[in-house]
Design a protein around this ligand. Sequence first.
Ligand code: XMP
Ligand code: MG
Length: 180
Amino acid sequence: MADELKLLFSADDIRASVADLAGRISADYEGRDLILVAVLNGAALLAADLVRALAIPVTLEFLRAASYGQSTQSTGVVQIRKDVETPVTGRDVLIVEDIVDTGLTAQFLLDHLSAGQPRSIEVCTLLDKPSRRQIPLSPKYVGLEVGDVFVVGYGMDYNQRYRQLPGIFALEFRGLGAGG
Ligand code: XMP
Ligand code: MG
């Protein structure tokens, strides 16, 4: 049987949330020197929409982090597969994530980028799953909150599927060893 998708946020919901995030970020970083560091692959779509909604100039950078473990679970053991190429020293860094779950990846990236001595560093995430947090980490900019569900769409995947969906859906796994 196919996996079941349940709509959590429509494309319109996401647009409104991204506009709200962009408004807050534009106000807070006006006159500053902002580098957005989008975490590949999940946050690529958010980054593309966010930069176009900002009212301030920004440097756009990408970073790829791989965490070891099951495909739906973070282990906190993170490897940087592709790092930022612009020096962050003395600049304002905003990490852009699709979702913060346990918080382990975001914390690793905060530590990693802080080593470059930025002037400031914060986290922006479209989705926050606070009920699953394993460490005290509160992203400064949160778009939408979700419960303890696995989500896909708008850049987020399950085994590379569903990234292209314009909305965000809860994925309910079906047919595991049940004949389909
Ligand atoms: P942690 O647990 O380290 O997770 O905060 C961060 C990364 O795990 C992925 N993640 C998800 N990906 N649907 C996804 O498609 C989810 O519900 C989900 N929860 C966590 C994601 O890559 C995130 O950057
Ligand atoms: Mg991610």
